[in-house]
Design a binder for this molecule. Structure first.
Ligand code: ADP
Ligand code: MG
Length: 504
């Protein structure tokens, strides 16, 4: 395995208040829905968009006497995620009941892991540009159940409850307060999403609520965060507010910015920030108070008597470890070091694992940089323009590889290759066959090229005089010959012949 690329930390975001500068400190609690067909403690389906209340087992509906049975696959997914975040896996963890009332929570409590989470400390490297990255420490990941959904906008007088989501497995990924600005917070969530999609442990579909974040924000004067880092003493940091349930990277950034400025205004006014839970209103672009910060004892947490502590074996964890895919950081480093790509290009190509796979299929046995250029500039450019993805690309990796082979063999020029790409995009087919059947092959027949050069020279005596006086003008003849041959003449041969004829 290759080391990560070396990087330096970005500057923290500084906001100038009326009286001085302030820095941001952010910690995230990300709720990631475990990619699993069945729920955490029942066999009910997790399928999205099903008829309301159709994916509900008796245990999800909290029918009397029903007992939860842990889904081994969900546990394996949490372990796999932990390993992907270079985290400590706890061989013994335990489930607790977090008691509260909500209409979409029929049990009257959520089964979670407060005291003994399944995953301990890890880390995420958050890329903020070539050579710049922030290391964000992970405090823990615990498994818990999702709640159902209350629907308030279907009827003017009534609310409805849909329990399809009740009991779906979530991983709560808790970061240390190591994130130092709105862009970093968004990039952090993006990186978690990327890693989990590589691992296949979370689909990361933020619109469907598959990935949501509670965002904790505080502000402090410059220098305070460094003292926190040295001592790990939270008293150096400001009081935080938690913005609940954010499911858009854009809104996360806007909410943090608003919240930081709100806190700065309070502090500069001589007031104190009250620790509380807030909600972001995207229409107004502001956060507002939802409830004062609750403490663990408010929930009367206690070990769930229906579930034994969860004990897993190191050999089982090792088995999961042995089946880990190459992760984004490693893939990116390999593309840079082994394939000589720029860090930027490697970042683009590894953003989604499907894109990376496609690129590797194109690059296999070919020049990596050339393959990267074609995939990024021609293919991704076109896919973006047409609103398509690599999965719906009309041009396959084998076809694009075929185009590059034809260039490498000197059969077609770069310009003709773009025409060929266009044909493949619209009509499909085999690149070599198309070149053959449509007469697109580059002319390397020197006799034919010479004939074209002679004709152009004969037809333009005035240009010939000028070009003999100023050799830089020879390019005009090259252009004319290429035009006359429909771009098929081998440019190197044309250059050479034009120089020879004009010189003589
Ligand atoms: P709780 O259990 O009350 O939610 P935690 O200590 O688990 O509190 O912290 C929750 C989140 O808040 C973590 O992601 C943590 O990094 C973050 N956090 C803690 N202190 C601060 C702070 N001063 N500023 C910003 N984020 C913070
Ligand atoms: Mg919390």
């Amino acid at each position: 395995m290759l080391d990560h690329l070396s990087y330096t930390a970005p500057q923290p975001k500084v906001i100038a208040g009326a009286k001085g500068d302030w820095e941001l400190v952010i910690g995230l609690e990300v709720h990631a829905q475990v990619a699993s067909n069945a729920k955490l403690f029942s066999g009910a389906s997790t399928g999205f968009g099903a008829e309301p209340n159709s994916n509900v087992a008796f245990v999800d509906a909290a029918m009397p006497g029903m007992l939860p049975v842990i889904n081994e696959f969900c546990v394996a997914q949490a372990v796999r995620t932990g390993l992907g975040l270079k985290a400590k896996i706890n061989l013994r963890s335990a489930f607790d009941r977090k008691n509260y009332f909500y209409p979409d929570l029929p049990q009257g409590y959520q089964i979670s892991q407060l005291y003994h989470p399944i995953v301990g400390e890890g880390e995420v490297i958050v890329d903020m540009g070539p050579g710049i990255a922030r290391r964000v420490r992970i405090e823990r990941i615990h498994l818990e159940q999702d709640a159902g959904k209350s629907i308030h906008d279907m009827d003017p007088n009534m609310s409805f409850v849909d329990l399809n989501r009740t009991g779906v497995a979530l991983m709560e990924i808790v970061s240390r307060p190591d994130i130092r600005g709105p862009e970093e917070a968004a990039a952090y969530v993006g990186k978690l999403r990327q890693i989990m999609r590589y691992l296949g442990t979370c689909d990361g579909n933020m619109q469907n609520g598959n990935l949501r974040a509670d965002v904790n924000v505080s502000v402090c004067p410059p220098g305070a965060y460094e003292r926190y880092q040295e001592t790990q003493d939270f008293s150096h940091l400001g009081t935080r507010c938690e913005i609940k349930n954010m499911n858009s990277l854009r809104f996360i950034q806007a909410a943090i910015d608003f919240e930081a400025r709100r806190q700065i205004a309070i502090l500069e006014d001589g007031g104190a920030v009250v620790q509380e839970t807030r909600l972001y209103d995207p229409d107004k672009g502001e956060t507002r108070s939802m409830r004062s910060k609750e403490e663990a004892h408010d929930y009367r947490y206690f070990p769930d008597p229906d579930l034994l502590p969860l004990e897993i074996e190191q050999a089982w964890v090792d088995g999961i470890g042995a089946s880990m895919p190459e992760l984004p950081d490693e893939k990116k480093a390999r593309f840079v070091k082994v394939m000589s790509l720029s860090e930027y290009d490697a970042g683009v190509l590894t953003a989604e694992v499907e894109n990376a796979d496609y690129f590797e299929a194109v690059a296999q046995g070919r020049d990596g940089k050339q393959a990267a250029n074609w995939v990024i500039n021609e293919l991704f450019g076109r896919l973006n323009k047409e609103g398509l993805t690599i999965q719906t690309s009309p041009v396959s990796a084998a076809q694009l590889g075929g185009v590059i082979d034809l260039i490498a063999r000197g059969d077609i020029s770069g310009k003709i290759a773009k025409d060929l790409f266009e044909i493949l995009w619209l009509e499909g087919g085999d690149p070599a066959d198309i070149v053959e059947s449509r007469g697109m092959k580059q002319v390397t027949d020197l006799g034919a090229i010479e004939k074209a050069v002679d004709e152009i020279i004969a037809a333009n005596p005035a240009q010939v005089e000028k070009a003999r006086a100023n050799p830089k003008l020879a390019g005009w003849f090259v252009g004319q010959v290429l035009k006359a041959t429909g771009g098929k003449a081998n440019p190197a041969a044309v250059n050479e012949l034009v120089a020879k004829k004009l010189g003589g």
